[in-house]
Write a protein that binds this ligand. Structure first.
Ligand code: ADP
Ligand code: MG
Length: 373
């Protein structure tokens, strides 16, 4: 999420200053103060990269930021983004596209090797010298976003994800190695992107398979009670569609399985799954549907969901199912998505509910009503 969007959504600057002061103090074992005026080590807020760096950021830091913008799968934007990303990451570009926003004292050691990227619920410090990333909770946000990562990727756990190197759950941080590569959303070749996407899904499915189990229908609903309240008068139709099988097969789920969270390492022909903050137990179809129908953007997913129902879009887990069973699988995934969005929607955020909810409800209704007339 871009800094401008975060500013529009929450008391961004207060949260940032508080989080950085606290987390730097924890990190370095002495009190840090971070303010938006005054003296101290100056950090620039870069408008194009939506990140904080010092004016003396090293070439590696600048290249890292440039690569977050330079590549895109959108053909028309490829050239302009390449030019802008490259120009914005020169020393001159850094100064021209940013303003001094943070003043830190004492000085953060090795600051020129660092970039700070604020996110939805967390803030990342990328250390290009040590090749690791430190992820910290935003102050006042639920600790879910870190707890979930530690449950999946904590010590002794192996899977298609970078390992957690070090952590302190109570203090709200963990570190992980930097993986060189590019997220799937920025892979220019469509054919290559498709094959990495399928590889990512196969890896996630293989990792989740040993954790498969059956929940009773009631147990599944107990996990989704928040969504139930929103379905209102559609509940009877929902129950009629999904309630006639007594059990629901569930498995460990990534939860935010979209191209921005799949990191591709072309040199090794492998993929890494990032960002497990929405990890949970969900129906076996959920992650595959999110990835393949683009359900992270439900306002644009209607056509691909229809394709998935009809088998025009190949969703591996739906392959052997009847149309009725596919409708059930899709509706359950949509309900799980409502639950997930509400969980990610922190009490600290102003505004009544996540903007995607009306689209998800409309999709549920349209799947239910499909073929009824
Ligand atoms: N271990 C890593 N190595 C390299 N890049 C990473 C790593 N983790 C995250 N990134 C980059 O940072 C971006 C944001 O990380 P993510 O965990 O998805 O945070 P957010 O909660 O802000 O979505 C990713 O899309 C990826 O480009
Ligand atoms: Mg992410």
């Amino acid at each position: 999420m871009r800094i401008a969007e975060l500013r529009a959504r929450e008391r961004y600057d207060d949260i940032l200053l508080r989080t950085l002061s606290q987390q730097l103090s924890v990190w370095h074992g002495e009190p840090f103060s971070v303010a938006n005026r005054g003296h101290g080590q100056a950090w620039l807020e870069h408008r194009i990269f939506s990140a904080y760096v010092t004016a003396e950021a090293t070439r590696e830091v600048r290249r890292f930021l440039a690569d977050q913008v330079r590549h895109t799968s959108n053909r028309l934007r490829r050239l302009p983004q390449f030019i802008i990303g490259t120009a914005a990451a020169t020393r001159l570009g850094i100064r021209a596209a940013s303003s001094s926003k943070l003043f830190v004292s004492p000085h953060i050691p090795n600051a020129n090797h660092l970039a700070i990227l604020p996110g939805n619920r967390r803030i990342r410090f990328f250390d290009l010298a040590k090749q690791c990333s430190r992820v910290v909770m935003k102050d006042g946000f639920s600790s879910d976003a870190i707890d979930a990562e530690l449950r999946v990727r904590g010590s002794g756990h192996n899977g298609p994800f970078p390992p957690i190197l070090d952590m302190d759950q109570a203090a709200g941080w963990f570190t992980e190695p930097l993986v060189s590569g590019r997220v799937l959303a920025r892979i220019p070749s469509r054919t290559a992107a498709r094959s990495y996407r399928d590889l990512a899904l196969r890896q996630l499915t293989a990792w989740a398979a040993p954790g498969r189990l059956f929940w009773s229908y009631e147990q599944w609903w107990a996990e989704n009670t928040v969504a139930k309240a929103l379905l209102g008068e559609s509940m009877d139709a929902v129950n009629a569609l999904i309630g006639h099988e007594p059990k629901v097969e569930v498995q460990p789920s990534h939860g935010d399985f979209q191209p921005g969270n799949i990191l591709v390492q072309p040199s090794e022909s492998r993929v890494w799954l990032l960002d497990w903050e929405f990890y949970g137990i969900r129906s076996t179809h959920y992650d595959g549907l999110v990835l393949l129908t683009g359900l992270r953007w439900p306002g644009q997913a209607a056509a691909s969901i229809e394709d998935a129902l009809l088998g025009r879009l190949l969703v591996p887990s739906l392959q052997s199912l009847s149309l009725q069973q596919r409708k059930r699988a899709v509706v359950m995934a949509l309900i799980e998505d409502i639950t997930l969005r509400l969980r990610g929607w922190d009490g600290t955020l102003e505004g009544a509910s996540p903007p995607e909810i009306p689209y998800l409800i409309a999709l549920i209704r349209s799947v239910i009503e499909r073929g009824q007339t």
